[in-house]
Design a protein around this ligand. Structure first.
Ligand SMILES: Nc1ncnc2c1ncn2[C@@H]1O[C@H](COP(=O)(O)OP(=O)(O)OP(=O)(O)O)[C@@H](O)[C@H]1O
Ligand SMILES: [Mg+2]
Length: 380
């Protein structure tokens, strides 16, 4: 449903703050949803909460899953019981470890939880083979270190130092990509809640964590699983598995909402046509689960075909339609961008995708499915 081209572009509601935030590609959750967080904090002042938390656990779940009565938008699609367990984990003396397939919103959920619990989702360590202690604990400003010696002023705090000092949630993304020694830096921090800073003098030699501090780690079960993590570290986390969205209708609603949001944030006055969303999401859902809606078995692709990728594909196809197709998205836009997502490096996936078109898509009723099928020639 494209609006007329050249019509004035309204800024999206969530970034229309007039303070330059709409220039950011992707503001953090606490900025995007500042109004909701302030409203929830005001309305739950009498609710019990763990020490150091901005919101009560009930409000954290409302923020994540949405609450129509309070005007809180849904952000994460998942079972209430699962989200409650994640919130409770953060109030215990152990950290929260979110594991799951790629693109199941592990990072997004950890951002939302951090924004709700401490109002700051930016204390984030990005795990990689090169992650060292400096990136986790602290390092030094060498000019100041030489001029004044070690002091709080010359110390450059990394996320864990700040999280402990300010009583905030620290996010450790893709923790299993780090060398094991670096993962184990967290051992004493999570159990004793204290970090030694041997270079400083007196009281400053030990940094005791303030209430509110905890760690949310994420790990992808596909690339490098959690098997390599030491048993000692595993013991210091509550593990929760983020499942892909099981209900097709819920997945469609989410992909529609997210793609429309991305389009609106890019200043493109266009929305995904619902029948195109249906084709897009059904294809991803069925290829991911290895089963059609009617129960026919399919071979799953090597690619995860995640909801995150469905959003990315819908957005790319819509942009393609906007810039080259006069603003109307057609089946061939979808197929072209599906290829870039689904066919990465496994030659067999092409055969499986062809099979899906010839056996499943071909039989589907409706204009959008027919257009989608007709565009199969784009497959390499
Ligand atoms: N259950 C869900 N609820 C909300 N959004 C979801 C859900 N599943 C997937 N998404 C989509 O995925 C995007 C977030 O993906 P995210 O990067 O957090 O995944 P991830 O699990 O961390 O992936 P990776 O393992 O590759 O790091 C969201 O912005 C949203 O568009
Ligand atoms: Mg992630």
């Amino acid at each position: 449903m494209a609006r007329k081209r050249g019509s004035p572009v309204e800024p999206p509601a969530d970034t229309a703050t007039g303070d330059g935030l709409s220039e950011l590609q992707r503001p953090p959750a606490e900025v995007l949803y500042a109004k909701e967080l302030a409203h929830l904090a005001e309305s739950d002042a009498d609710e019990p909460r763990p020490k150091g938390w901005r919101l009560a656990p009930k409000s954290v779940v409302r923020f994540v899953l949405g609450d129509e009565r309070q005007g809180v938008a849904p952000k994460f699609v998942g079972k209430r019981g699962f989200v409650e367990r994640c919130v409770v984990a953060l109030a215990t003396s152990r950290g929260l470890m979110l594991i799951g397939e790629p693109g199941t919103a592990k990072s997004w959920l950890s951002e939302l939880l951090a924004a709700a619990v401490c109002g700051d989702s930016t204390l984030t360590i990005q795990g990689s083979a090169g992650t060292n202690e400096d990136a986790i604990k602290y390092s030094w400003n060498y000019a100041l270190l030489l001029a004044e010696g070690p002091s709080e002023r010359s110390l450059v705090p990394a996320p864990i130092y700040r999280g402990m000092k300010e009583g905030k949630i620290v996010r450790f993304e893709e923790i299993t990509r780090c060398p094991l020694e670096m993962q184990d830096v967290l051992l004493s921090i999570l159990s004793d809640r204290v970090m030694a800073v041997p270079e400083l003098q007196g009281e400053l030699r030990s940094l005791f964590a303030h209430t509110g501090f905890n760690v949310i780690a994420t790990a992808n079960t596909r690339d490098r699983g959690v098997n390599e993590m030491s048993a000692a570290l595993k013991r210091r986390f509550n593990f929760e598995t983020v499942q892909p969205i099981g209900d097709l209708g819920e997945e469609m609603a989410l992909v529609q909402r997210e793609t429309d949001k991305l389009l609106s944030r890019s200043g493109i006055p266009m929305a995904l046509a619902p029948e195109m969303t249906e084709v897009l999401v059904t294809t991803f859902h069925e290829l991911r689960n290895g089963r059609t809606g009617k129960g026919t078995a399919l071979e799953t692709l090597t690619t995860a075909m995640s909801t995150a990728e469905a959003v990315a594909t819908g957005f790319a196809a819509a942009l393609h339609a906007w810039y080259y197709g006069g603003g109307r998205m057609r089946g061939d836009h979808l197929v072209q961008h599906l290829i870039g997502t689904a066919l990465k490096d496994a030659p067999d996936d092409l055969k499986k995708l062809r099979h899906y078109f010839n056996q499943v898509v071909k039989e589907r009723e409706g204009e959008a499915w027919k257009e989608f099928y007709a565009a199969r020639d784009h497959l390499p």
